[in-house]
Design a protein around this ligand. Sequence first.
Ligand code: BDP
Length: 618
Amino acid sequence: MLKPRPTTTRELVNLDGLWRFAVADADVREPWTGTLETQLEAPVPASYNDLFTDQKIRDHVGWVWYQRTVRVPRGWAGERVLLRLDAATHEGKVYVDDVLVARHVGGYTPFEADITDHVTPGGEFRLTVGVNNELTSETIPPGSITATRDGRRQQTYLHDFYNYAGLARSVWLYSKPRRHISDITIVTGVIGQTGIVDYSVTASHETGVRVCAIDAAGHEVATAHGSSGTLAIDSVNLWQPGAAYLYDLVVELVEGNEVIDSYTEPFGVRTLEVRGTEFLINGKPFYFTGFGKHEDTAVRGKGHDNAYLVHDFQLLDWVGANSFRTSHYPYAEEVLEFADRHGIVVVDETAAVGLNLGVQGGLTGIGPKPTFSPETFNHETQAAHAQHLREVIARDKNHPSVVMWSIANEPASNEEGAREFFEPLVKLARELDPTRPLTYAAVMFATFQNDKIADLFDVLSINRYYGWYVFTGDLATAEQYLEADLRGWVEAFGKPVMMSEYGADTMPGQHSVWDMPWSEEYQQSYLTMNHRVFDRIDAFIGEHVWNFADFQTSNGIHRVDGNRKGIFTRDRKPKAAAHTLRARWTGLAGTKPSANQTAAPDNEKTTTSSVHALEGAK
Ligand code: BDP
């Protein structure tokens, strides 16, 4: 799915700003008509939850309405006119005046409506967007809605981050020619010094296609004709981690000498391969350093913010991170474009977080109900997951920064039915994109002995909290268990293993000379313990700390104003552990840290404590 861009044949109007806003009553009018009667205004892009002081708005379950007036540029006569919403979390309904023009389920992927027949160039229309925040067993991520004794509806879900909702990404009005380019796919390879660029173009009508690759200095470096083909770029500049280089692919639909439509897609030339226990980018083993992140800031919630985008990438660079995972949903496209331009490597994760009823299930990780069954997560859930996967790959397939798809976070891969659920999804992902390795982030209860899906994937990403949720405050025991666990995965599957989550909640300003959970020193010792283990394992290909920054969560007695495992606070101030990571990661340039960098700290404990039950740990 092409991102709307202005080109010689297309124009783009950004519709961000303050929109009229109202929370729908239970007896919501359907279909929506008329002007919204409200005193409230809400910014786009932003989640709406934290904007207002009214708790009812924050806790609302169901539809809210956004509305504004839009004028169609008068020069667009004869063109197709489209609306594009980068995200409506989790369901969107779009009305042009009184007409429903689009409905989309899935809160983190874009959708469009062709509104040509409902608007007049030069004229105005009333744009209303209904947004629903409900999560059910048929949505990704899943959730369920319950009723309180006094009849209020409550949303529960199986992930800790707060269920922010609304129009958290941009909304656009754009024009494209009636005969237009619909999609472009770019796959790159390298032979010697030559970049090999396979492209394919789909269009609304059959016409001639001309493509041309332009280098960063603006020079044409290769051209071709036809809707699919191969370009060869001599003395190619590779896209490399930490040293991005982008070309533009200019695609034109042509008829004789006339250019009917033109679209420019940036791309980078790089290769990916998993070989044995190595992850190769451009033929060189790559070691991931970085974080699981969230789209999360105060007041805006999950609203995209370019200031935070720039600052977060500055901090990634400062701390020596070369990569991050888009935990636990695909991020705004601006984030991936920025990563493309700045050479940061991305593990692109779907919104399939919480396909696991065992997380609250105590030591066994098996809940009171099986995760995969006709009554719980079933064919409908799987169909929603498949549709989401199609939309993520369609949106993000041409980003050089995206080196791997993570198709789920902490699914119940240890439970019966996991293989039947995931095998078709893995097959689908490989059909949609045969070029990128696949992974999923394995939950603590999924061990190398009981996991039922690991062999289907290319890279094993492991989430583990030894020393936090288990062996809390006892890093010596944690170290032994962690090492045995990771070695088990390596030996059982012979695949590259990376740590996709490890972390400890930390209150900035809390200090201790002992291994005291929540102190800044404990977060440092916890990370250092983990790093000692990683450095002893050859098949280990990377470390993503949980989390880049503190983030908001749903209410819970284990959270004080959110999850505090951030290396940076929610407003991006470094905790002491940021300096620990910086000392380890700076200057690595994608190579594995050497073991001698992680000598045992002075305060390492030698005693062991009893195993803490997982029950209620979170
Ligand atoms: C993991 C989840 C992550 C949580 C983290 C935690 O993948 O989303 O935030 O635990 O508890 O299980 O901090």
